[in-house]
Design a protein around this ligand. Structure first.
Ligand SMILES: [Zn+2]
Length: 224
């Protein structure tokens, strides 16, 4: 049974180590390996760059962004000057690229980020996980392959277009059937209750914008 702890990234006991230490749900790992084998026949070397992420890890990423230790980007991947932003603008800038801890699809074991390892190595490209690499760079072949084939293996791309919420992330895959079960259990009030128990930076700003940000960024419905 899926619990709030699974949704919030507080319990990884239902996951397996799939490849190179990356954790996924067993059925997601199985489907991924089948897809990987099929891609390899087309000379596409799909590898995982990120899969399960715990609440604590996501919180650490969040704290680094809020405190200015990590660079903030606008939706076009341009660096922002955090000192010129209000707390609300900062919140929106962070959420464009970074999920609120407890609300990342990477907590579920259903979602993963992928790249084309062989192509990156052959092009001696310094991989940055940015859209241009997938649109016309060394991961373009992979991206096209996924467009044609990912659904056959049960995977979709929830961030394939920018709707005004989360930035476009062509590298992000979701195992749809399992992710649907997770999102059915996801709950705004449980998330809020949990965040209040942590030392997350920007909590007041998060609280006063919660309803809007939940729709816009967590459900990724964008600007409505
Ligand atoms: Zn991702």
């Amino acid at each position: 049974m899926i619990t709030q702890a699974h949704i919030l990234g507080k319990d990884d006991s239902i996951l397996v180590e799939c490849q190179n230490g990356f954790q996924l749900l067993p059925e997601v790992c199985e489907a991924f390996k089948q897809m990987q084998a099929a891609a390899s026949e087309d000379d596409v070397d799909i590898r995982i760059v990120s899969s399960y992420r715990s609440f604590e890890r996501q919180l650490q990423i969040w704290q680094n962004k809020w405190s200015g230790k990590a660079t903030l980007l606008d939706v076009n991947e341009k660096a922002l000057d955090a000192s010129t932003l209000s707390d609300q603008e900062k919140l929106i800038a962070i959420l464009t690229w970074t999920a609120l801890p407890g609300a990342s699809r990477h907590h579920w074991g259903t979602d993963l980020d992928v790249y084309d390892k062989k192509s990156i190595e052959q092009s001696q490209h310094d991989f940055k996980l940015v859209c241009s690499e997938y649109d016309e760079g060394p991961c373009a072949l992979l991206s096209n392959w996924l467009n044609k084939n990912a659904r056959k293996f049960g995977f979709t791309r929830p961030y394939s277009e920018y709707k005004g919420g989360i930035a476009r992330e062509p590298w992000h895959l979701s195992f749809q059937s399992s992710a649907d079960e997770m999102s059915a259990v996801q709950d705004e009030h449980m998330l809020l209750a949990h965040l209040k128990k942590t030392d997350i930076f920007g909590l007041d700003t998060i609280l006063s914008n919660m309803d809007n940000l939940y729709q816009r960024f967590i459900l990724n419905r964008g600007l409505i």
